[in-house]
Design a binder for this molecule. Sequence first.
Ligand code: SF4
Length: 214
Amino acid sequence: MDAVQKWANTLKIRELMKVLERRGFNPVFAETVDEARKVVMDMIPEGSTIAVGGSVTLNETGILDEIRKPEYKFIDRYNTSSFEEMLDKYREGYYADFLVSSTNAITMGGQLVNIDCTGNRTSQIVFGPKKVIIVAGVNKIVETVEDGIKRAKSIAPMNARRITHKTPCATDDCMTCCDCDVQPRVCNVTSIVDGCHYFPKRITVVLIPENLGY
Ligand code: SF4
């Protein structure tokens, strides 16, 4: 990434971090993807149970590969033999020591905005796992909650296609939302985390001045 762009991104992130801190989150700046991976893995003691939210960012940063290492108890939602078993893994995630995920959007007002198909990721960010670590590139930052919802909806077709859900937006090559009513709809649950005051620093937000994920 261009050095000037990275500098501008860093300033934006520093500004957001002040807001997140005020709202009870634990914001952390990571200069690079490698640093982000180290920050995340340093926070998780060996032997911890870890759930993850479906995320391109976790793949791009190599964090998912780290979580798969035998020193952690990964609740592996990707390695199941049936839909029911996958749902059981999602349920297990509510009791995890850590949820590691990205976010669809994060506002300059300090709100996390997410849209989900099943609701496991959206709800576990809200409550369940003892600690949550959100990893986000600068491209996830928006101004308002409304912008965050718009952003989440704009990337939903790509997410639907990525997880092979046959929604109209993922199969018609139109890449737009038609507010579908089909069973595999990926936009069933929206969550907005507006603050972290009741469980201070439960949610760490690792911010990287690069574009990551959708
Ligand atoms: S509501 Fe349906 S059509 Fe719209 S983005 Fe979500 S899955 Fe695609």
